[in-house]
Ligand binder design. Sequence first.
Ligand code: ADP
Ligand code: MG
Length: 238
Amino acid sequence: MTVQLDDVSVHFGRTCALEGLSLTVAAGETVALLGPSGSGKSTALKAVAGFVRPSIGRIRLAGQDVTDLPPAKRGIGVVVQQYALFPHLRVADNVAFGLRAARKPKAEVTRRVAEMLAMVGMTSYAKRFPRELSGGQQQRVAIARALAIQPKVLLLDEPLAALDAQLRADMLGELQKLRREVPDVAIIYVTHDQSEALALADRIAVMRDARLVDIAPAAQLYATPPSAFTASFLGGAN
Ligand code: ADP
Ligand code: MG
C-alpha cells in the first residue's frame, strides 16, 4: 500500500531531527533513504512506524491518515535498530507474536514461523532466547518477525548492519526475492551503504541535516547526481 509523508517535521526539544519531509512510496516500490549519520533517516522511519510523533505534518497509509494511530494499529512490518526482540520470548514466539496478535489459526502460525525461520537460516535456534544469540542472529530473527505478518508496508533501518559479508549477501538476496514475490509491498530502506541502496531501491532519497536533498531513480542518481552534495556523498567511500 502507498506510504505518504506529507510535510513531516519531528523535533526533539530544540533539535529538529526531520524538517518538512514530503515523500510518497508507491505500493510495490522500494525507496532507500541514504545519507550520513544524524541526517534524520531513522527519525523519518520512526515517524512512519508511529514510534515518534510528527510535530508538523501527516502520515498516510493507503490514503488513510494514521498520524494519530499507535504503531500496532498500522499493520507495518518494522526492523529498526532499537526495536529489540522481546527478551522473555523464545525465537519462535518472537516470530509468532504478530500472527497471534492477529488471531491467525494455530496451524498457520506454526507453518509461517517455520517458513520464516528457514528463510533467515535460524530454524535450529527456534527454542532459544534472544540473549543466547549473537547480534547478527537477533537481527535475522527481527527480519523474520517483521516479514511473518506479510506486511503491506515494510520499514527496514540498517537491517544488515550487524551481519557479516556472506550473510549480508544472502539476506540481500532474500529481500530481492521478497520484492518479486510480494509485489504490492511498499518498502522504505534506511542505509548508509550505497551498494545496498543500489541493489534494492527503485528510487534513492538522499538526506542531509534533517532534510531531503535529492530523490531520483537509483541509476539516474548515479549517472547525473542532481546536487554537489549527492555527487560527493556517492563519490565518497562511506
Ligand atoms: P540517522 O538515522 O540519519 O543517523 P537520526 O534520525 O537518528 O539520524 O537523528 C537525526 C537527528 O536527531 C540527530 O541529530 C540525532 O541526534 C537527533 N535525535 C534522534 N533521536 C533523538 C531523540 N530521541 N532525542 C533527541 N535527539 C534525537
Ligand atoms: Mg539511523
